[in-house]
Design a protein around this ligand. Sequence first.
Ligand SMILES: [Zn+2]
Length: 66
Amino acid sequence: MPLYEFKCLDCCHDFEKLILKTSQTSEVMCPVCRSRRIEEKFSTFASSSSSKSVAANKANCAPSGG
Ligand SMILES: [Zn+2]
């Protein structure tokens, strides 16, 4: 099933979206704040090397709530 996980870099909202074409990922926006700053989450690729960039992105994220 082409269900992708995304995370909003502005409000840190996690959501899933059905993506039929890879190009559609660029059109995804946050359902909460309508931000285009979306990060695609690859839960299948649980690699230790990717945790670096994730930590860097989390630093810019505000805590949930509000
Ligand atoms: Zn958002």
